[in-house]
Write a protein that binds this ligand. Structure first.
Ligand SMILES: [Zn+2]
Length: 237
């Protein structure tokens, strides 16, 4: 009796261990059998992930391509209105940021030396004026906001309200004022070649998918304040 008890005591733990060992090794076997398949599946998923990140890194990491990070409206960035004390009148009806006055006037003088006559069409425009331009012209032309925004910024979104933008024409071909044909004038050719020397840059080139090409519209980037104002715009290009 005592011996039987001893055997039972010995058997039970042994039986349990053997059961555990069996199921463990069965699991191990299964894993070993399926491991090539699991490895293949894992590699395939990893490859697909890498390909997706390579193809669309922005959309993958943000998963929200149309989130408006820089607060653009219809392709235009928001701009604050320049404080009045920083505005200077350079000729009747043309006010600009004091930082760009000298450079702008110098550019016109240098152009004249080359036989090119630049004419300033529009400098600083208040947000109120931009409001009138955007909404009145839009209704006159029976255009929707998105169409109008291709040729004019919504109020609060115009570079003109910063005082750092200037629309330029050719004094010998006034019919091209604010027209795409301005790009065929001597004035535009001269600006393209020389404006950067005076820290001016074309704001809306032909690569912009929201805003039409504006060969007459230039902005000044020759001061820290101006660079700060256009930082977002330059970063996105
Ligand atoms: Zn303009």
């Amino acid at each position: 009796m005592e011996q039987e008890k001893d055997i039972n005591q010995f058997d039970i733990p042994f039986a349990k261990r053997s059961h555990i060992n069996n199921s463990y090794s069965a699991l191990l076997k299964k894993i070993l059998i399926f491991s090539p398949f699991l490895f293949f599946l894992f590699s395939l998923t990893a490859l697909q992930l890498i390909r997706k990140i390579e193809l669309e890194p922005f959309s993958y990491f943000n998963n929200q391509t149309d989130v408006n990070y820089d607060q653009r409206i219809l392709g235009h960035l928001p701009y604050k209105e320049i404080p009045k004390e920083k505005l200077v009148l350079i000729e009747p009806n043309i006010e600009v940021h004091i930082d760009m006055r000298d450079s702008l006037l110098k550019m016109r003088e240098e152009a004249k030396k080359d036989g090119i006559y630049l004419v300033f069409l529009s400098g600083y425009r208040s947000i109120n004026l931009q409001n009138d331009i955007f909404y009145s012209l839009k209704s006159i032309r029976n255009q929707e906001a998105a169409e109008r925004a291709r040729v004019s910024a919504p109020p609060g979104y115009s570079e003109h309200s910063t005082g750092f933008a200037i629309d330029i024409g050719d004094a010998t071909q006034r019919e091209t004022d604010f027209e795409i044909e301005f790009e065929n004038t001597d004035a535009f050719r001269w600006l393209k070649k020389n404006a950067a020397k005076f820290h001016f840059k074309l704001s809306f080139n032909k690569n912009n998918k929201y805003i039409d090409f504006e060969p007459w519209h230039w902005r000044y980037e020759g001061s820290i304040e101006a660079l700060k104002v256009f930082e977002s715009s330059n970063r996105k290009l």
